[in-house]
Design a protein around this ligand. Structure first.
Ligand code: ZN
Length: 152
């Protein structure tokens, strides 16, 4: 199987001009299937979709390959329970350095823990591309491009 298919979709081909993406490697610990298993993954961010982040698994066939959720949800989940839908993120009750993820899918649910420092590092990387609160500027760029194309 081609490993390239596991890199984040958002940073793949077809990047709109003027946009930029970032892939940040993380280790996630899968807690749902007996013994904890460390799974290599990437956290991805792209200015073309500035409100979203993607978790992309580099291995494992038992979980979805990509999850997409709001960058704000990740930032909130670092400090308090966040999310009430398919993806919930919260600090660990037991260990300050861990952040817990709960994922619901049609085929079941999965729980992961992630290292807080790695998540922090990722959020800092994304903030260098698009500071928190400035997402709308990038969305506006997109709609301007769309308008330009529509005028042709
Ligand atoms: Zn990074």
């Amino acid at each position: 199987m081609d490993m390239n298919q596991f890199s984040c979709k958002a940073t793949g081909n077809g990047t709109p001009p003027g946009h930029n993406g970032h892939e940040h490697p993380v280790a996630l610990t899968l807690l749902s299937f007996g013994e904890p298993v460390v799974v290599g993954a990437f956290l991805c961010y792209h200015t073309a979709d500035p409100i979203a982040v993607t978790v992309s698994f580099s291995t494992s066939t038992r979980v979805p390959i990509d999850w997409v959720f709001a960058r704000d949800l990740l930032a909130e989940g670092m400090v308090a329970s966040a999310g009430k839908g398919d993806i919930r993120i919260r600090p660990s009750d037991q260990e300050d350095r861990l952040v817990m993820f709960h994922l619901e899918t049609p085929s079941g649910s999965a729980d992961f823990s992630a290292n807080r420092d790695q998540l922090d590092g990722f959020l800092k990387c994304t903030a260098e591309l698009v500071p928190f609160g400035h997402e709308a500027k990038w969305l506006d760029i997109d709609s301007s491009i769309t308008r330009l194309l529509a005028d042709e």
